[in-house]
Structures are given as C-alpha cells and as structure tokens.
Design a protein. Structure first.
Length: 139
DNA sequence: GCCAACGTTGGC
DNA sequence: GCCAACGTTGGC
C-alpha cells in the first residue's frame, strides 16, 4: 500500500466534482509531466491519496482511492501520457492548509513543500498519518 | 497580478 | 547533446 497526493485547481476540477463521480471514479487526466506520469504508473489498485486544492485554497480536503491502474489518457492521442482513475473516499473533517503543513517540522520533507509544482507526488506513511491527524480524520 | 522555479522544446 | 528561449504552474 502506497500513499500519494493529487493536486488540482478547484475551478478546473475540485473535490466536489470528484465526489459527484461516486464510486465509479474518474480519470486523473491531463497530466503532461513525466515525473507525475511515472508516479501514476507505480500506483496500485487500492492505494490511497490526498486530494489537494492548489492556487487559491491551498489545502488538503479529502482522501481518494486508486480505482483503476495506469492506462492511456483519453484526452490525448499521444501515447506517452497515461493516467489512473481515482474515486473519493471521504472528506477531511478539517481541511489541512499548506500553511499548517509548512508549520509542522515533521512535514518539512514533503514533496508538496519541496517541489510545489509537481501535481502528482508520493507521500510517506509517516506523512500520511500526520496529515490525517491534522485533518482530524482516521487514516 | 506578479514572479520564481521548473520543465519542455527546438536550433545549433 | 547542449543550452537558450519559451510556456506553465502555483505560491505569495
């Protein structure tokens, strides 16, 4: 079981959009970055991830689950790009802001802090537990 | 809205 | 294969 973080600008695709897709989930398409794609290729069914709102909100708002492993991205004919499907699992009881993450020394090594531009990134088990507890939500 | 950081592209 | 130019992202 691995843990990840998916970043999206809420005006483009937000938590509410994800929830509306229900258990069927939705393609995490549109990623055009090799690092992000490579992480998606590593994902397995049942892996969990944080759903993060970038730009204006800048906070982790919920937990998602990988419900289809990497497959070609349907939004392009370019076969370099693949994506997984994810479905919403549950919202955080309290969203965890980027400020709160930066303020916690235990989270100083998070990719979110170190490489803020990467849109799909790995999260360690330790980081997963800490952020969940900050969100007042069971991991 | 600005700008820094980063990734990608294309000319050489 | 290098590197300059360019485009995009996302925090501030």
């Amino acid at each position: 079981m691995a843990y990840w973080l998916f970043k999206s600008e809420p005006s483009t695709w937000g938590w509410d959009d994800q929830v509306a897709k229900g258990d069927a989930g939705e393609e995490w398409d549109g990623v055009r970055n090799y690092q992000a794609r490579n992480f998606m290729r590593e994902m397995k069914l049942g892996d969990l991830g944080f759903f993060y709102h970038s730009q204006k909100d800048r906070e982790v708002v919920g937990i998602v689950e990988v419900c289809a492993e990497a497959h070609p991205d349907s939004t392009t004919d370019d076969d370099r790009w693949e994506c997984v499907d994810i479905k919403a699992v549950r919202p955080f009881k309290a969203s965890v802001s980027l400020d709160a993450i930066k303020a916690d020394p235990r989270l100083a090594e998070m990719v979110l802090v170190k490489n803020s531009r990467l849109s799909v990134q790995p999260v360690t088990e330790a980081e997963w537990k800490i952020v969940c507890s900050l969100g007042n939500t069971t991991p």
